[in-house]
Design a protein around this ligand. Structure first.
Ligand code: GLA
Length: 390
């Protein structure tokens, strides 16, 4: 169990020679319950942080060198950068995430006075769409903030981490992942208005039900280019609506307002992308109301409706995600949908606890029969956002 902090400290000493004075930080992965592809469309999202994530052990150095090492990618060895010249290098692979965070801190005027030795260990399944990259970013941001006493609030660390991903790594993501990893709260989901950044926590205790994540184990090869393509389609659709409507984003529109004006969007595909953005935002708000009213069944139905919209209007699912979700519906999941960017990655399911073993067995079997792939299942717990561990 590497999650054991003493063991992690020993690993730090093995890699860097000495663990005296090392401090330990953690940031979780996330799962989005509903509100998909709404963040960059000015809508709402409803994620929670997981109890798995990234551990980050760090210690200041005497010089200006940054050293990065991950127990998950030991073959890459120690990667180095200089505080005065941080550049994105392809061969630095995962280390570009923490390098990016340190770079945006410095560009925001928060200069680090010394280099660092840093060791990471993550227990989020790799490439599953559960935000392992945002988790590394937030663990790094909290670590830098604490070690150099920059006194930044968590929301600022969230924004800096998103900026690192957008500008240094070059992935044009919205704020969902970094927000959930930074601001998550144990046993709660958080409703975030991505336009105003107003947020509210909602207790998410499921009693007879389990929150189950199922991994398609389909590699998400084209995710970034398809993701950017969806963003561009939405931007074009919005521009056409803005000719007649005084709106800043799709988050400003009700479903009825959209229906009355959708004729303004000439291209049929772009019209469907916009329809998803508007309807998913509305669904998310209703879903959270239902949850607050204790109606988990209605919440589950809206999760499933979200999947259909992502499948038919936004077209970001694909055979593996659809098969895994349909198998879950056939096994009486209260709700099941893809989560994250799509094109592979994971589904999120609400499953009766007494039915859990049968669910995993049957869904796994029909998924394997249809796709030849073996799915993994995780019965997850909702954890806290990024923090220093004692
Ligand atoms: C990825 C992005 C997020 C968000 C989701 C889709 O996870 O990083 O910003 O857009 O896809 O909801």
């Amino acid at each position: 169990m590497l999650e054991n902090l003493d063991k992690l400290k020993k690993e730090f000493a093995n890699v860097y020679g000495d663990s005296e004075g090392v401090r330990v930080f953690f940031a979780p992965g996330r799962v989005n319950l509903i509100g998909e592809h709404t963040d960059y469309n000015g809508g709402h999202v409803f994620p929670c942080a997981l109890d798995v994530g990234t551990y980050c052990l760090a210690k200041k150095r005497e010089d200006r060198t940054l050293r990065f090492y991950s127990l998950n990618f030991t073959e890459k060895g120690i990667m180095e950068a200089n505080l005065d010249e941080i550049v994105n290098k392809e061969r630095d692979d995962w280390a570009n995430y923490p390098k990016g965070v340190i770079d945006v801190f410095q560009k925001a005027g928060h200069k680090l006075s010394s280099g660092l030795d840093i060791l990471y260990f993550g227990n989020i399944p790799n490439s599953a769409g559960l935000s392992s990259s945002a988790s590394i970013e937030l663990a790094t941001a909290v670590m830098v903030n604490e070690l150099f006493a920059f006194h930044k609030e968590m929301l600022d660390l969230v924004k800096l981490s998103q900026k690192a991903e957008n500008e240094f790594v070059g992935v044009n993501c919205g704020i969902l992942d970094q927000f959930a990893c930074g601001m998550g709260k144990k046993d709660h989901a958080v409703l975030l208005d991505c336009h105003t950044l107003e947020y509210h926590y909602t207790p998410f205790q499921l009693e007879d039900y389990a929150l189950v994540i199922a991994n398609t184990n389909k590699s998400r090869g084209l995710t970034d280019s398809k993701y950017n393509e969806r963003r561009a389609e939405c931007e074009r659709a919005l521009k056409q609506l803005q000719k007649e409507l005084d709106i800043q984003s799709f988050g400003d529109l009700t479903v009825d307002e959209f229906e009355a004006h959708k004729y303004l969007i000439e291209n049929e595909t772009e019209r469907r992308r916009a329809k998803h953005a508007v309807s998913e935002n509305a669904r998310t708000l209703v879903a959270v109301d239902k949850l607050n009213a204790g109606d988990l069944a209605a919440f589950g139905k809206l999760m499933s409706a979200s999947h259909l919209s992502l499948r038919d209007d936004y077209e970001v699912t694909g055979k593996e995600l659809d098969t895994l979700v349909e198998a879950a519906w056939n096994e009486d999941a209260l709700g099941a949908r893809m989560t994250g960017a799509g094109f592979g990655g994971c589904t999120v399911n609400l499953v009766k606890k007494t039915h859990l073993d049968t669910f995993i067995q049957n869904v796994g079997a029909s998924y394997q029969e249809a796709t030849g792939l073996k799915a993994d299942f995780y019965n997850v717990k909702i954890g806290d956002g990024a923090k220093e561990l004692q």
